[in-house]
Ligand binder design. Sequence first.
Ligand SMILES: [Zn+2]
Length: 484
Amino acid sequence: MGSLTKTVVFLCVVSSVLCTPFINQLQPGQEWPTRSSVRQPYNQAESESAEAGVTKNEEIVVPASDDKEKPDTDDDKPIETLSDEVERIDYTGAQVWKVSTMKNNAQRVINQLASEKLIASWGGNHSTIDILVKPKALENVTATLKTKDISYYVMIEDLQQRINEENPPLDENELELQDRRGHRMTWKQYHRLEDIHGFMDYLAKTYPSIVSVKTIGKSYEGRDLKMLRISDGKPSNKAVFIDGGIHAREWISPAVVTYFINQFAENFDVESDDIKNIDWYFLPVVNPDGYEYTHKTDRLWRKNRKFGYGPSSCTGTDLNRNFGYRWGGKGSSSYPCSDIYRGSGPFSEPESKAINDFFKSSAVKFSAYLTYHSYGQYLLYPWGYDNALPPDHKDLETMGKLIAQAIQNTGGSSYQVGSSSGLLYPASGGSDDWAKSQNIKYTYTIELSDTGRYGFVLPATYIEPVARENIAGVRVLARYLGKI
Ligand SMILES: [Zn+2]
């Protein structure tokens, strides 16, 4: 052993820190950079003060709207899920309506109908709300809205029919291709979790120098929370985190995120430097239990599948109300049967906790966090917890507009840009607010297509067009990050 080598070994023994590779200097496909030597435990108070490096006083507060007028903000009121534990929920005869909420009393009427379990909210903005009307309630709800002079129109005549037509089997050609490809994933169909995870493992095996897969935790029912990284290992690379499938029924989201993975991994050699200069972290299915449940039992399940204890014994927590920044505020419910139930405490759910733990233990400094949902065609930036804006909201607006423009130029879809509380309604405990509180500057919730014609039940033929226009948005973000 030469004297130089001896010295290095000696130094390594004396101080393992010195021998810990610097961030991003690890071999791609090998160990991911951890934060073992960097203190940054999650801490509510610490995060609040660290909130984008400013104090609350510096936030620009926009005028608050009347929260009581917003259906999803009505704490402790159940939003009917139409779900129980029987085999495959049948939505025959159920309809989806778009209801105008411009009249003063409209929101109150909708809330009342929801509390009577006649309808369920599918979401809305300041002028309309989409509601699912149960078959037996059609007459009653029609009469109520007519009496109150509230206008609406029917978007979906028979929900079950749409569900039946949404995800047809692959044709012969595709099936043959599937066999030859080494994985079963396509973007012509919504796939089960097994296919998605198989596809991720296939990429890691096929491109070990740039792709690696890591299970960052387990879901409540024990499924893997599988994350995939694409990186050529350059120390100067920036990092972007992209997730999907927080809400089980929003099938277009994991489909779009896996499309990104496929494009970047399969074409990495010929990708632009904008893409190669970023370490990409993808978690396409944050809520695998819910996702599988929507395939097997209830197509319209939203939450995770954590068993509900207590007198209500309702199952599931809304993972996008369970993140630990300003947890428990507006637009979330403490009622376990609600579709926006926030859980028993911040990060009480294994799925959201796994993401938090990953960030806590990772040494990566992320420049952007994108979380894909559906539907509505919105690019939303923080804050969600209340009608407030972060101090760098103009940067977020500018970037958001660039992404929206790229989407429109590519596929023609129009995405509205704004803060989630301002454009929609306050919702606390979202992953985007939490990501922003972790000092990730470019944080967006992207509500994918459509604007209500199909809603959550978007036919599989839309996967490729929606993904194609959205990857154009991601490319613009990558280019922009390369310049700053
Ligand atoms: Zn969602």
